[in-house]
Write a protein of this length. Structure first.
Length: 406
């Protein structure tokens, strides 16, 4: 029976642990396999961001036709994603999952990381590239995102004449999806080459912080659902949080078991319409859009992972770096949802934006399946909350349903 990619990565992760224990430091001979995988990942980042983000922004259509519902939906998704990454960072700092392990990092990486101390104004000014092609060549993530956003918006404003440009980027994005999928096929081998040498050199102690990473992500997901979604549906939809979570629970269970937002979409549509009083004309627009740009669970994953990797390698995160993580995560969420291995690719982008060791993705990838179940569940619940918020703000929630507060 053919195994899915996550299962293959998990098996490779377990095999890397076994080989690291057996061969100790001599297992470093397979390190080039990990280096190969990292180079392939870095190789696709710039063109992937450019193509997918241009398509993601320009595919929303004419801004005048998009109207209030579209604006409210996109604003809600981006705002909750920003809150999610902040909660993820906060919980991770409280639990400190990466502390207690002494893993060396190259002097060059540490020096580059220390160079992040700059003012907030300079940070935002540096997002604007003086030469966008230089940004693409150097892999400046935030500048590439800025460039892509402007191309996407310009395509939208120009309209019909810009359709050839849109079709080019749409086709380019499909090509990049295929290249990404091909690269992800070698991910298990890359994880083996990255993890085994670390286990061989430092022993099993490097794995203990992963339990804290999982715990931090789970706690952050629960906090986000309880604080953000509960407040949103109560204020805008006049639905009690308990009724909301009860109504969406079937879809949440499907999301948890399948770890697929797209696969859960039919159940989510059914639950929001039948259990949460949301009319079809709103849920059928908001939910598919959420599957594209809403990544609250993934944002929490990014926050906990970044803190873990920084602490794991003994690197301090400055305020500017944390701000960069938030901005990069929110903006990248628009274009990376449809990418194979989206969480892993997005984490690579975020780490690159703050000059953190990309090698850290190997350990996170080992427990990605567990984290994926929780973050997908949060994404689906977040999509449902958006339908309630938008419908409530448009006075479109049906008032004759028993789940409504009297």
């Amino acid at each position: 029976m053919k195994m899915n990619l996550i299962t293959q990565i998990f098996i490779a992760f377990l095999l890397a642990i076994i080989l690291g224990i057996i061969f100790n430091e001599s297992i470093s001979v397979i390190a080039p396999l990990g280096d190969l995988f990292l180079r392939l990942i870095k190789f696709i980042i710039a063109p992937l961001i450019l193509s997918t983000l241009v398509v993601g922004v320009s595919s929303t259509g004419d801004p005048k036709q998009l109207g209030r519902i579209g604006l409210k939906t996109i604003s809600y998704y981006l705002l909750t994603t920003a809150v999610a990454i902040i909660i993820g960072l906060g919980v991770a700092f409280l639990l400190s999952p990466g502390k207690g392990v002494d893993v060396s990092v190259s002097d060059d990486t540490a020096e580059v990381a220390d160079q992040q101390q700059q003012s907030v104004v300079d940070t935002f000014l540096n997002i604007i590239p003086e030469n966008p092609f230089d940004a693409l060549a150097s892999g400046n993530i935030l500048q590439i995102i800025f460039f892509a956003l402007f191309i996407g918006l310009a395509i939208t404003f120009v309209g019909e004449k810009a359709q050839p440009v849109y079709r080019f980027f749409d086709a380019f994005a499909e090509v990049m999806y295929k290249i990404t999928a091909i690269i992800m096929y070698v991910a298990p081998i890359g994880i083996l080459g990255l993890v085994a040498p670390v286990i061989g050199e430092y022993g099993l102690s490097v794995l203990l912080p992963l339990l804290k990473v999982i715990l931090a992500a789970v706690i952050a997901c629960i906090l986000h659902a309880v604080l953000v979604y509960s407040s949103a549906v109560k204020i805008y939809g006049k639905i009690s949080p308990l009724s909301f979570f009860k109504g969406i629970s079937p879809a949440a269970l499907v999301a948890f078991s399948t770890a697929s937002s797209a696969g859960t979409l039919p159940v989510t549509l059914k639950n929001t319409q039948e259990n949460l009083c949301v009319p079809n004309k709103i849920s059928s627009f908001v939910l598919p859009l959420g599957a594209t740009i809403n990544m609250d669970g993934t944002a929490i994953y990014q926050g906990t992972a970044v803190v873990f990797i920084a602490q794991f390698y003994g690197l301090d995160l400055s305020f500017i770096q944390l701000l960069t993580v938030v901005v990069t995560t929110v903006l990248a969420s628009i274009g990376t949802a449809g990418v194979p291995g989206a969480g892993l690719i997005m984490l690579t982008m975020v780490l690159s934006s703050v000059n953190m060791p990309v090698e850290g993705i190997a350990l996170i990838a080992g427990v990605d399946r567990i984290l994926d179940m929780f973050r997908t569940t949060l994404n689906v619940v977040g999509d449902a909350s958006a339908t309630v918020v938008v419908a409530g703000s448009e006075k479109e929630l049906r008032v004759d349903e028993p789940l409504k507060d009297s």
